[in-house]
Structures are given as C-alpha cells and as structure tokens.
Design a protein around this ligand. Structure first.
Ligand code: IVH
Length: 788
C-alpha cells in the first residue's frame, strides 16, 4: 500500500469508528432512557465488538464519547476534590398538611398572588450528583459532599448507562451543570445482594446504601457492574443558553437533551394540587421500580423562585414533603428467642424504643440463626430497623462503625428451649431451628391453642392470648381437647391467676364479688365451636404446610375427617395443588401417635365437623394407578416408568406383593431400585393399603362417567388429547367429546380408545403408537363426531 492509500484506509476506519459510536450511543439511549430498544442485543454486541477492535488498532483515535469508555478503568488511590460553581443546597422538609399549608401560604404572600403554580415531582432516595457538560460533552461528575465541595466521581459516572456522555441536539450550552439523583432500582438491588450473598460478601441494607457504596468505588470497574441509574431534577451553573422560564420547562428541556427525567411529575395549582399529588404518589409508591422518600414541590416559574430566594441553606421556593420514614436507627438491648406453634425458634431483637413511620417499635425479628449470622447482629449494636406497611419490623443491618468496644460476643442460638428446656434441633436442610419438646413445651402449646381458637379456624370468641397463657400456665389446658372440658370454676380460677399475675385484680373481686358473665359467654363460645366445617377443623389442627386453601381442598375432595386421617401421602398428592412436601407433612401428622390421640380426644369431647360428605365424584379420575404409583416417590420410578409397569398389566395389588421387577422392560437400575424399595416391609404394606383404599373408594364412588356417559354415541370411549390442534382449543375439543358421551383422560393407556394429536404432540403420541391406540387428527375427530 502506498502512503496515500494507508492514509485513506486510516481515514475510512476512523469514520467508521465515529459512526459506530453515534449508532451505539443512540441505541443505548433508546434502550436505557426511553425504554424502547431499537436494535436487538446481538446486533448491539456485534457493533460494540467491531468498535472495540478498531479502537484497539487505533488507540490514538478513540472518541471520548465511545461506549467502550464506560466500563471503567483500574482503581485510583483516592477521589479528587471538586468545588461546586453553584453550591448544592438542601431542601426543607414538611411532614404533614400543616407544613404544606405554611409553605403554600408563605409562597402566596411572598409573591403576592392568590394561587401559586407548582411543579410536583418525586423525592428520590439516592445520592445527589452534579454533572458538568461543556459544549455538550460530559467532562465532570461530582458528589454533593458538604454542598460546596464534593468528590470527583467522573470515571464511575461514565459507567452509568442512562447518563449521556454527549447531550443530544445541535444547540447545546457552553456550560451546563445538571443536578440529579443517582440511585439503584429495587430489582438491581435484589440481584446485587443475591450476588453478594453467593460470593460470601456483605449485603447492602437498602438500595440507597448500595447506590452510595457503588458510586464511591475507587475501582470504576465495580461501579460498572452495579447498574446505577440517574434522574435529573435541577440545574447548577449555565453558560451560553437561555434557560426555560419554568421548572417544568427545564425538565422538558433536559429530556430533549437526552437526560433521564422521571415521568412522575405534574404541574399543579395550590395546596390542594400538592396534596393530591402527594396522595397519588403515596398510593403508587410500592409499584415504582425505585425507592422514594417523599415528593418535592417547586414553585414552577423561575422568576418567582428568584423572588422567593433562600433562607440559610434551603430554598424558600421548594419543599420536600416526606413520607413517614420506614427506617430508623436504634440500639439492640438484647436478643431473645420466641418459640412458635411448630416449635420454630425465632431470634428477636429487643430494641430501645424508636418511632418508625409513626409507630413505636420495640422488637424486630431477626428471622433465623443464619440471618443473625449473616447480618452479624450483636447485643449493643446500633442497627437500622425497617417497618414497611403492615409487615413485622425487621433489623436490616448493623451500623458497624458504631459497634461498642470491646466488641460484644457473636450471637449464638440457645441449645435449649428457653421455655421448656428441651433440645433445640436444626435439620440439615432447614433454616429454622426447632424446640424438640412438641406439645410438652408450654410455648408450643400456647401457640397451638391460639391457632386452634383463631377466627379463621375454630373461631372461639373471647379466648384471647392472656387467657390462653394462664390456662396453659395453670395446667388447666394441656391440649386443645381440654378446652371442651373447661368448667365455670376452671375459668374463674384461670382469671384469678391472670389478674394476680398481671396485678389487675378488680376491686369488686377483692370485695368478694365475682363476675361470671364473661365466663358464661366464653363457655358458650367454646361450645358453639364444636361443629366446625371440616376445612376449618383441618386448618385449626395446625398441620405444617396446611393453610386455609389446602384444608379446603382436603375437605372438598375427601369429604370426611375419617378419610383425611387415613389417606396415605400418595393419595393426597394426586389431589389438585397438593405437592410432595405438603402431602408428606399431612400424612406424617396423622401417622404420629400423639396427634391421633389428640384428635380422638377432640372427637370424644364432642367436636364433630358438620357437613361431612362422600368423596367428590371426580376423585375416581384421580385414582389413576400410574399417578398413584408415581406419587409413592419410589427412587427412579418416574411417571413414564410407572406407566410402563401399569401398562404391563400390573395392578397396585399385584405390585404390592411382587419381589421381582425385572420383567417390564424397565432398565436394570430402575428395576433394582424398585426391588430394593419393595424389600422394606413398611413400603410393601404402604402399597397394599393404598391399593385397598383405592379399591374401596372406587367401589363407593358413584360411577361418574357411567352415570353421564352412556347416553351419547361415543359412550364408553376414552380420548386423550395431545399437542395443539389447528382450530379447536383443547377445552373445546374436550367439550365436544364429552357432549357426545366420550370421556377425556390425561394419560394414555391400553384402555384409551383414541388419541387426538395436534402439532408438537410429544410422549403421549409416542405412547399411543407403542400401544397401538388409534390416532386421530382434528379432521378425523370432527368426522367421527359428525358420524356419531
Ligand atoms: S432539589 C436547592 N429535587 O434531596 C434544591 N432534590 O434535601 C436542591 N432530592 O440533596 C435539591 N429528589 O439528594 C431536589 N426531585 C428532587 C429531589 C431532591 C431527591 C434530594 C437531593 C438533595 C436532597 C435535598
């Protein structure tokens, strides 16, 4: 190549680099700021790598605006200092309607007008930053610092994708300082903490701390990984441009320059307009992707802003209307544990009382042992507590700088239950430790009774915590059945003890008069709870993992306590929405002798669920042998394998007495696993009892399909639908088949009459082919329906 040719070649490459920078920056703005991607990610990556390669071979021609410059350089020893040309002041805060009235009144008086127009916007919970653009190019970014001098965080700010390195549009001012807030979106915060956790690093207490920690990184490469965001809300020094004459106009102008401005902003009139905005944002606060701690009102006309001016370090023309704080600092006085209904041991921090969002908080949950360790909360620590909405207050993080010295000891969960002294045990795969005392533990007994008597359970009105505590402490109630044996004397004794304990003995009692009406009422309430709907009784029993909806499923499908209490896990598991863990938990509960005794005691005490009924007719379809066999959780015996066994003509009864399974074409490992499992007597008996229960259920259940089906021309025919049909939805096809008297089943067996297969039919089609079942497409199905 001649020198000239080389020159031309270089020029061409440099032009290409320019074009790539512009193209990539445009795509990035559309993606990050407008949230409207214009090119696919893969295309972006391709162009980005092309640019990177060109820049590597022409390092002298790298455009400072290049997106490759955003990834951050090697760590620097410390941040430089930046003096703000226009100081970064703060806002006065308002907390209630009166504060807003005052603010608005002073503005009206100061401007001598009847009504003031404001721009209302969000108060972002992040860090204030000043971005300096010269001739449209980002030249410096600085933190607020003390308002007059901040830190130079330019390298870090370059990694923030939403911040343009070059302002949009041709007509840009010579100098423009943009003020705004750097913050982290909630989802990015969650993801960051997830990564911190996974790599054993300390988690951040909240998105604000995470944003601060990320921005003040001496290594900008780390900032780059943190996905910070930015919203512009104000202006510092400006040269070479006429500013818009309103604040709302300023924000519009920012948008036109390619700067991110939050959409939640509104020009409103008077205090009513302000308060409406406050309420509206307050309602939508939770659904915003980032955290805010209030809203900000600014007099909209810049001229009016100038007229109102500043008092000390805050403008008279603006006010931050704060939401009640959700977080506060306080000190941990002690860490105690609570014992729950299932024995779960929950560490709780006792705190120096502190007001959080208008409510005094004295306790905060520490969740479990691992959480205490992870947050490293110790007695004497200063902590951040959070109370969001109606959730239980929790300790978010420790302020390590304020840990007393000498350092308090690392917290350890007690080895013994503080209530009953039983061992505290923690299963290998569980986060919670539990008291092993069961219902011998007074704490667990109290909680069990509290749950049992609850409004959505047995609904015993008047049986509050205080009475439950003394009933248990006086040993008048050991188990829930004892409630039904209580006499008037028992209750009076219990009340006496409770009053003595709490020092609340009424004067009348001291004078020898004893009120009994409350006790009569309580006895009546207890008696009235004797006939609960079955689902309430099941919920009241406090079976782990059984909430209201599972209890309802059990009651609807099985109909009676007698059946629920003897149903093996495999049967429970085929019911809708009951998974393996829940099914196991229910079966284990009823297998436990002490629970059976407690339940019998309840029945003996006259508790009888009302409205018990026969199992639901549809249970017949759930009693599919393949499903049941697979639900037994036998190692390696997946549903297709179970299908193979049943398909080979084996009933559950057969399987329960077999010892050799090497005959159904099962892989040797599966057959061996099955044989090993069946060699355990309890397992064999389980299969046998499941088979027997299934048979007796089938005998007692109404012949669901037999009752409805024999009418139609497709009576007695079983269909399986698989894949996507060209015109009919699966439901529609099923309805047509059932209308004609056919039955639709979920799995293919040799009893299946037809398999209707559409596009992307999978294993069911293969199975049908294997068993030689007739296969229809949609047209053939419609033809069959028309014929019949
Ligand atoms: S204006 C002279 N607008 O609140 C007025 N500040 O207490 C300067 N902040 O340090 C601030 N959202 O970090 C303004 N929409 C908003 C804001 C906002 C959050 C922060 C900012 C500042 C503090 C003022």
């Amino acid at each position: 190549m001649t020198e000239q040719e080389q020159q031309n070649d270089r020029q061409r490459r440099i032009e290409r680099m320019r074009w790539l920078v512009a193209e990539l920056n445009r795509a990035s703005y559309n993606y990050h700021v407008l949230d409207a991607p214009t090119i696919p990610d893969a295309e972006y990556d391709k162009l980005y790598h092309e640019l990177l390669a060109l820049e590597t071979s022409h390092p002298d021609a790298v455009d400072p605006d290049s997106p490759t410059r955003r990834v951050g350089d090697a760590p620097i020893p410390e941040f430089g200092q930046v003096t703000h040309a226009v100081p970064m002041l703060s806002l006065n805060n308002g907390f209630n309607d009166d504060d807003i009235d005052n603010f608005d009144r002073k503005a009206r008086e100061g401007l001598e007008v009847r009504q003031v127009v404001y721009n209302a916007e969000l108060k972002f919970d992040g860090l204030a930053i000043s971005l300096r653009y010269e001739d449209g190019r980002l030249v410096q970014a600085a933190t607020r610092g003390d308002g007059y001098t901040g830190e130079d965080v330019t390298a870090n700010i370059r990694t923030v994708r939403v911040i343009p390195m070059r302002l949009h549009g041709g007509d840009v001012p010579a100098v423009l300082e943009v003020r705004g807030e750097v913050l982290m979106f909630k989802r990015d915060f969650e993801a960051l903490n997830e990564r911190q956790r996974a790599s054993g690093q300390k988690e951040f207490a909240n998105p604000r701390n995470a944003a601060a920690g990320s921005l003040r990184q001496l290594d900008a490469r780390i900032t780059n990984e943190r996905r910070l965001r930015f919203f512009a809300y104000g202006v510092g020094q400006v040269e070479g441009a006429d500013l818009p004459d309103t604040h709302s106009g300023l924000l519009d102008w920012f948008e036109a320059l390619g700067l991110p401005v939050a959409k939640e902003r509104k020009v409103v009139a008077g205090r009513d307009g302000l308060l409406d905005f406050y309420r509206d944002v307050g309602e939508r606060r939770k659904s915003l992707p980032y955290e805010i701690d209030g809203v900000v009102y600014k007099v909209d006309r810049i001229e009016d802003q100038r007229a109102l001016g500043f008092v000390s370090r805050a403008p008279r023309f603006a006010l931050a209307h704060k939401f009640p704080a959700e977080e506060a600092l306080t000190t941990v006085q002690a860490i105690e544990v609570q014992v729950g209904r299932t024995g779960a041991i929950t560490p709780v921090a006792r705190l120096v009382p502190v007001s959080v969002g208008g409510v005094t908080v004295t306790n905060a949950t520490l969740h479990n042992e691992d959480e205490v360790r992870r947050k490293d909360v110790r007695v004497g620590d200063t902590v951040i507590v959070r109370r969001a909405g109606d959730v239980i207050p929790e300790v978010l993080a420790v302020v390590l700088e304020r840990r007393p010295s000498p350092e308090p000891a690392v917290y350890e969960l007690p080895k013994q239950c503080p209530v009953c002294g039983s061992h505290v045990v923690r299963e290998a795969d569980e986060a919670v430790a539990r008291c092993s005392g069961g219902l011998t533990c007074a704490a667990q007994r109290k909680e069990a009774i509290r749950h049992f008597a609850g409004r959505r359970m047995m609904d015993i009105e008047g049986l509050g915590d205080r009475y439950i505590d003394s009933l248990v402490e006086a040993n008048l109630v050991k188990g829930v059945a004892d409630l039904y044996k209580l006499t008037l004397d028992d209750l009076l004794k219990m009340k006496r003890l409770a009053d003595e304990r709490d020092g609340t003995t009424p004067e009348t009692v001291k004078q020898g008069k004893v009120a009994t009406k409350w006790a009569d009422n309580l006895l009546a309430a207890i008696a009235a709870s004797r006939q609960p709907p079955l689902e309430r009784l099941l919920f009241a029993l406090g079976i782990r993992h059984v909430g209201e909806s599972t209890a309802k499923t059990l009651a609807d499908w099985l109909g009676s306590l007698a059946l629920v209490r003897r149903a093996p896990a495999a049967l429970l598991r085929v019911l809708p929405d009951i998974g393996g863990t829940v099914a196991e938990s229910i079966a284990e509960f009823f297998a436990e002798e002490k629970n059976q005794i407690a339940l019998n005691a309840l029945l003996d005490a006259g508790v009888a669920p009302k409205g018990e009924h026969a199992p639901k007719a549809q249970l017949r379809e759930k009693l599919d042998e393949i499903k049941l066999l697979a639900a037994l959780d036998i190692p390696k015996l997946t549903e297709p394998r179970a299908r193979q066994v049943v398909g080979a003509g084996q009933t559950l009864e057969d399987i329960g007495v077999r010892t050799d399974f090497g005959i159904f074409g099962l892989p040797a490992t599966v057959a061996a696993a099955l044989e090993e499992w069946m060699a355990v007597r309890a397992n064999r008996e389980l299969v046998q009892s499941l088979a027997a229960l299934r048979r007796s259920l089938l005998e007692s259940l109404p012949e669901a399909s037999a009752a409805a089906a024999p009418e139609g021309p497709l009576a007695g025919k079983t269909f399986v639908l698989t894949g996507t049909l060209p015109t009919l939805s699966r439901d529609a096809a099923g309805a047509l088949i059932e209308e004609a008297g056919g039955k639709v089943s979920g799995s293919v067996s040799k009893k299946t009459s037809y398999v209707v297969a559409g596009a992307e039919a999978g294993s069911k089609l293969a199975k049908a082919e294997e068993l030689g079942v007739t296969i229809l497409d949609e047209a053939a199905l419609l033809a069959l329906l028309a014929q019949s």
